[in-house]
Ligand binder design. Structure first.
Ligand code: R5P
Length: 315
């Protein structure tokens, strides 16, 4: 038996996953005490059941303690494995120490989650200097990729697109999006100067002037990457771009500012947001292994998308 347990705000995705997998939808009751401490109660019976906790981790800090309490309580109540489905996995961008004493948050966050979950599933975690989630998690991880979904959306909705990646590291998946969309692509150069400042250099776009620019990025956070690229495109006389991103992190006011400058902003539903137009539901459902795999026999049953560690039995 499997229970899909939504953390607050994740009910819609959890319900859709439970329906798609034929699993029970769990009930968690949650509130804050007047002093802001969290109260958590798992209402559903979890004994001897596999628990998949659904919690997308945008704005992670107010959620993490509640998430840890829920996972620990499920285990205490006799769950047969407690797993995390985090369509967006936070803290992966701080993946190195750039100044003495700086926390490598990606590593610490992975360690923390590894202590309370038996496995972690996510969609396109930001992996740059860390190549694979298994390098920082000590439990099995499995990653779904949204590039094919973005490519399909472009193919179905846009004529004569030109796909634009914002930085060199985006090339591997921008190339895949472009191939899927049957479109050419170019990649810009980006230098991040501060939290709210980036410098973008576009290649010569003269030969693509009749095409519709489509910016593709994994995350929009401060929005500066997309906004600065859009400004450069305007300066080159290109049409207003479409902006496609996987994770709609959007710091306050960023979405409105970006929407003013662009033709349309489109995101996947890894984080619920009005710009969501591409669903990762089927990708997530395929990543979740069939129930019946207890914590000691966690073996990959889905080919192609698993981290290496998922391919073998856990010790
Ligand atoms: C950076 O390496 C990422 O791929 C994104 O380009 C970045 O996270 C976007 O951030 P922002 O919206 O703050 O420019």
């Amino acid at each position: 038996m499997r229970v899909i347990l939504p953390m607050p705000g994740n009910e819609a995705m959890a319900e859709a996953l439970a329906r798609s997998l034929g699993a029970e939808l769990g009930v968690l009751s949650w509130r804050r005490f007047p002093d802001s401490e969290a109260y958590v109660r798992i209402v559903s019976d979890v004994r001897d059941k596999r628990i998949d906790v659904v919690c997308t981790l945008a704005n992670p800090d107010p959620q993490v303690v509640t998430l840890l309490f829920a996972a620990a309580t499920a285990r205490e109540r006799g769950a047969d494995g407690v797993h995390l489905i985090a369509p967006y996995l936070a803290y992966m961008r701080q993946d190195a120490s750039f100044a003495p004493g700086e926390a490598v948050s990606a590593v610490h966050f992975a360690r923390l989650l590894s202590q309370v979950f038996d496995s972690v599933i996510s969609i396109d975690p930001h992996l740059h200097r860390i190549g694979d989630l298994e390098d920082i998690f000590s439990v099995p991880t499995r990653v779904g990729r949204a590039a094919p979904l973005l490519g399909d959306w472009i193919a179905q909705n846009l004529d004569a697109p030109l796909i634009i990646g914002p930085d060199q590291e985006s090339e591997q998946w921008v190339a895949e999006v472009a191939l899927r969309a049957g479109a050419p692509y170019v990649v810009a150069r980006k230098q991040r100067l501060s939290d709210h400042q980036v410098r973008i250099e576009l290649p010569d776009l003269t030969r693509w002037s009749g095409r519709r620019p489509v910016l593709v990025d994994d995350i929009v956070s401060s929005g500066q990457t997309m906004i600065e690229t859009t400004r450069h495109l305007a300066a080159c006389g290109m049409a207003k771009p479409y902006c496609l991103a996987i994770h709609a992190v959007f710091a306050p006011k960023v979405f409105d500012n970006l929407a003013l400058l662009t033709e349309r902003v489109v995101t996947t539903d890894t984080i619920a947001h009005p710009s969501n137009a591409i669903s990762v539901l089927d990708t997530l459902a395929r990543l979740i292994e069939p129930s019946g795999c207890g914590k000691s026999t966690l073996i990959s049953l889905v080919a192609g998308q698993s981290s290496r560690r998922f391919q073998r039995e856990r010790a």
